[in-house]
Ligand binder design. Sequence first.
Ligand code: BES
Ligand code: MN
Ligand code: ZN
Length: 508
Amino acid sequence: MEFTVKSGNPEKQRTACLVLGVYESRRLTVSAEQFDAAVGGYLGNLLRRGDLEGKSGQSLLLFNVPEALCERVLLVGCGRERDLDDRRFQQIMTHVATALNETGATEAVVYLTDLAVKGRDLNWKIRQMVEVVEGSQYRFDLLKSKKDAPRRSLRKIILSVPGRRELAGGEQAVIEGVAISAGVKLTKDLGNLPANLCTPSYLAEQAQTLAREFPALRVEVLEEADMERLGMGALLAVTRGSAQPAKLIRLDYRQGPAAHKPYVLVGKGVTFDTGGISLKPGEGMDEMKYDMCGAASVLGTLRACAELKLPLNVTGLIPAVENMPGGRATRPGDIVTSLSGQTIEILNTDAEGRLILCDAMTYAERDEPAAVIDIATLTGACIIALGRHPHGLLSNHPPLAHALTAAGQAAADRVWELPLWEDYQEGLDSNFADMANIAGSRDGGAIMAACFLSRFAKKYHWAHLDIAGTAWKTGKAKGATGRPVPLLTQYLLDRAAEAQREDGRAAH
Ligand code: BES
Ligand code: MN
Ligand code: ZN
C-alpha cells in the first residue's frame, strides 16, 4: 500500500473514496461537518433519519452524494469522543481497512486524522494508521497452494493534515509507519514459517539477505567450531541433540559517529523448542516454532533502523539453535562452562533460552555497548504473571527501564516491569556448579529467568524483554504479532533524537 499526506478541504477532493468520522451519537467530526456544509447537509439529514448512530464498528458506504466531487463516502462510526483512546482508534482503523478493501475504490482520502485521541498528536495518529492498515492486510499464505487473499483494488491511502505546516511532520510519520510495518512483516513471516523451513541456517541466510538489501548492514555468522573455540559451552549444550547446526548471527549497523557505543539487541533464536530431554507435553507444541520470535524481532528492528537511516550504531546478536532430544543431547544434571567462565548445572533442558542468551550476552561485552536489550520468548511464567498484552520487562538499570517503558507507551507496544531484586538470586543456587539453570520452585518463573541472565550482564546496562505472551497469538487467529518491533524501533528513534539534541548542545 502506498501512503501519502495531503492538506486540503474534504469537499475539494476528487477521490474514489472519502473517509469521514461520526461520533456517537450522530455527531459529525470537524472534517465531516465541513464536507456536509458543502453538500447541503446531506450527511446530517442521513444521521437524523437514524441511518448511522456513530457507534464504533459501524460504517456506511455512500455513492453519488449530491454535489460532491468524490465517488464514494465511507462514513465511519467512532464511538463516544471522550472514550476515544489508542485501542478504540486502532479498532476504528482496522474497520476502515476492511471496509475499504471491500469497495472497488483504488484510493481513498482519510480524514480520521481529525479524531481526538486521548493524549495523542497528529503524527502519532498518522503513524498508527499506517501500521494498523499494513497490519490488517497481512496474510501468511506462502504455504497454501490456493491463496485465500481476495482481489484487492485499494492501492493508495491519502491521509489528511489540517494545513501545509503539518505536511513535513506527517510525511515523517508515514516514513516511520512504513519502516516499522516492514520490520513487523519480516518478523511475522519468520515467526510463522514452520521449523522444518525456518532453521538456524535459514535465519543466518535471512540476515545475509537483509544485509544485501541494506548496505549499511554488515553480517557475520559464527559456526559451531567458532563457538567451541570461544568457549560457548552453554549455547552449545542446547544444540547437542539437534541435527541442525547452531549459528551465532551478528549484524552490525554503523551509521552513528564512530565514538558512539552501539546499542546491542540480543534475540533468542530457538527455531524449535521440544524441551530437549526434559521433553514438553505434546499439546500445543507446534507453537514452539515461535521460540525464535526474539531473533525475528531483532532482524525486523534492524530492517526498520536501516530503512529509516537512523544515525546510530546498533548491533544485532542472534544465537540460533534447535532444542531437540537425542542420543547426543544434554541430560538434566549435566554441568557446562559458559563463555563467562561461570559453570551451570542444567537441571532442566527446557530452560534453554537463558543458556543460549547468556553466552551471546557475554560475547556482547567486547562491543562495549551503550546498552544491551535481550528479547526472548523466555518463560511460560511470564504469561501467567502478565497475560498476553504487555511484554515483561526486567532491567539492571532504572533509566533504561524507564526509556523502554516510555517507548512502549509512545509506540502502543507496551511493557510492564517486574522486580529484579537480589532477594530472588539465591533461588538459583546449585550444589555442584556456580548456578543452576532453574530455581527449585516455580514461583516467579519470569523473574528467576531474568535473575539467571543478570549474572551475565554485570558489565553493562541491560534490559530483558520476555515476549512469551506477546510474540504470537494462539487459538483461532494463531499467528505472529511482529512485536516488539514497534517498541524497539521507537526506543532507537528516541536515542537518535537524544543524540541529535546532545550534538546541538555541544555545538553551542
Ligand atoms: N520457550 C519456552 C517458554 C514458553 C513456553 C514461551 C510457552 C511461550 C509459551 C522456554 O524455553 C521454556 O520452556 N521455559 C520453561 C522454563 C522452565 C523449565 C523453568 C517454562 O516456561 O516452562
Ligand atoms: Mn524451553
Ligand atoms: Zn524456549
